[in-house]
Ligand binder design. Structure first.
Ligand SMILES: [Zn+2]
Length: 158
């Protein structure tokens, strides 16, 4: 896998144009590192990759409310076994020809949180596609000061 370092500006530009979910949360992480790489979907889904939608307390509905303290994170690979949960996301019609996603990554606990591309990834997952995607990633080993999505996913001690 070839990983290209990118500048903070390049990352910010992609995020400004695409992300709707808590832009710039990475400003609160320590020593962010920015990169861009291509990876096959199957390989990407083997990681602990999470959408910013979590299971609500019923366990049967996905909620996008980061402030819901009872909601439980679920990885894309676990969602592959429960594709019915994704029908709402897949049918919202945001799917574009874009094959890029934007991920926040905690290097310490090895989680990836998708901040842009959730609808596309959901559709590809449901359709069992395996293709090469481009990941714009900001990585840090300390997200303890983050205040939006990352506290719901980062498993590091606070
Ligand atoms: Zn962590």
């Amino acid at each position: 896998m070839i990983v290209d370092k990118i500048t903070p500006n390049e990352f910010m530009q992609y995020e400004a144009e695409h992300s709707t979910s808590g832009k710039n949360e990475w400003l609160l992480c320590i020593d962010p590192k920015f990169s861009k790489y291509q990876i096959m979907l199957n390989e990407f889904f083997e990681r602990d990759v999470y959408p910013t939608y979590r299971l609500d307390k019923s366990g049967n509905v996905l909620t996008g409310k980061y402030e819901d303290k009872e909601a439980i994170p679920i990885t894309f690979s676990s969602l592959a076994e429960r594709p019915e949960l994704l029908s709402g996301l897949v049918n919202e019609g945001y799917v574009s020809k874009n094959d890029s996603v934007l991920a926040y990554h905690c290097e310490s606990c090895k989680v990836w949180v998708i901040k842009d591309g959730i609808h596309r990834l959901s559709k590809w997952l449901v359709e069992k596609l395996n293709m090469k995607i481009t990941v714009y990633e900001v990585a840090s080993n300390d997200w303890s000061h983050a205040t939006l999505d990352m506290p719901n996913y980062c498993k590091c001690e606070k």
